[in-house]
Write a protein that binds this ligand. Structure first.
Ligand code: NDP
Length: 325
């Protein structure tokens, strides 16, 4: 029986409820997928908790990335056929066993990449890609700070930064997470629950500080992240794992040496088909040749997604989490 997980109101993980659905036929330009693996993202918790509003007229179904098998194609679809193994990222809607999706958002999954790895790396890996190669094109001579380095995006980013040859400093909570980050590309790792990360970055860089800070933690690491930047440095605040930054002021970046700041979203970077394909090709190329290993460290049945949300928000997870329909 086909089913989905809906948010029955705004609140904690308990609002997530399983309900059975009828599967329709794909319309023009659409494909029907049977999902085999769905990725869990911190983003999913923002919609559930009310930090982000559901888009107008959207069903309250979270889930930002998935992989599946094409079961039917609608009129006018080219490049995809019944039986193909494909994946996609869209902001919401993936917590479901079957789904009708626009064909122009699909990508073929290479043979060397498993469903579980692909489902955990499309949203997270394309995010690492755009942050590091487009928001701030990192070069070998750059010193980079990446907050929450042992998380889903963080572990992929560390390996990508090492591949580029940059000096990568990561932060993580606790010794175990720090060791994991160090094994995934970060040359220096700071336990920011035990130490003052601003002082540590200052020491590691001999007072020179960083060219760029990528911060998906938000409230708790702000404004410390700004204090880790050298003059004209770039503050990339891309998430709110600890809550949203509410008191940002242009004075904060002016007084620290004419900093730049941006609040990017993946979905502004993969608007065109070319952008999507360029990111996917770079990402899957590095996964297939072994440069990037995606750590799928937690697996849950999709029906138990509430428990997966609880663990993610309690900072109990490392790397990526996959949900199996
Ligand atoms: P993670 O696996 O990185 O999980 C979040 C991590 O944040 C936790 O494991 C924890 O690591 C750290 N953290 C710090 N403070 C808190 C807190 N108070 N509560 C919970 N966690 C905390 O998640 P994702 O890889 O899915 O996402 C990472 C970030 O990237 C998120 O903020 C997400 O929203 C953002 N993102 C943004 C995108 C964009 O385009 N803007 C796209 C994709 C993700 P530790 O225990 O080490 O502190």
């Amino acid at each position: 029986m086909a089913y989905r997980i809906v948010a029955d109101g705004i609140g904690g993980p308990d609002v997530l409820k399983r309900e059975e659905i009828e599967v329709g036929a794909p319309g023009a330009g659409q494909v029907l997928l049977r999902h085999t693996a769905v990725g869990l993202n911190y983003l999913d918790t923002y919609f559930r908790s009310g930090l982000y509003p559901w888009p107008p007229n959207a069903e309250p179904v979270a889930g930002g990335e998935a992989v599946g098998i094409v079961e039917a194609v609608g009129e006018g679809v080219s490049g995809f056929a019944e039986g193909d193994r494909v994946g996609y990222t869209l902001p919401i809607g993936a917590y479901t066993s079957h789904r009708i999706v626009p064909a122009d958002r699909m990508m073929h999954i290479p043979d060397g990449v498993s469903d579980e790895v692909a489902a955990c790396s499309i949203l997270k890996g394309l995010t690492a890609h755009y942050l590091i190669t487009r928001t701030f094109p990192v070069k070998p001579e750059h010193t980079v700070l990446f907050q929450a380095a042992a998380g889903g995006v963080g572990l992929i980013a560390g390996q990508w930064l090492k591949h580029i040859g940059a000096t990568a400093i990561g932060t993580a909570g606790g010794a175990e997470k720090c060791a994991l980050a160090a094994a995934n590309g970060y040359g220096h790792v700071i336990d920011y629950r035990a130490k003052d990360f601003v002082a540590e970055v200052n020491e590691i860089t001999n007072g020179e500080k960083c060219h760029v800070v990528f911060d998906g933690v938000g409230k708790d690491t702000y404004p410390g992240s700004l204090d880790c930047l050298r003059r004209l440095g770039m503050f990339v605040t891309f998430g709110n794992a600890s809550g949203a930054i509410e008191d940002f002021s242009l004075k904060d970046i002016a007084s620290r040496g004419g900093l730049f700041a941006t609040r990017p979203s993946l979905f502004n970077y993969i608007v065109t088909r070319d952008e999507l394909e360029e990111g996917a090709s770079a990402l899957f190329g590095l996964i297939e040749d072994g440069t990037i290993k995606v750590a799928v460290n937690q697996t849950y049945p999709l029906s138990d997604v509430a428990e997966a949300h609880r663990a993610l928000e309690a900072r109990e997870t490392t790397g990526s989490t996959v949900l199996i329909p």
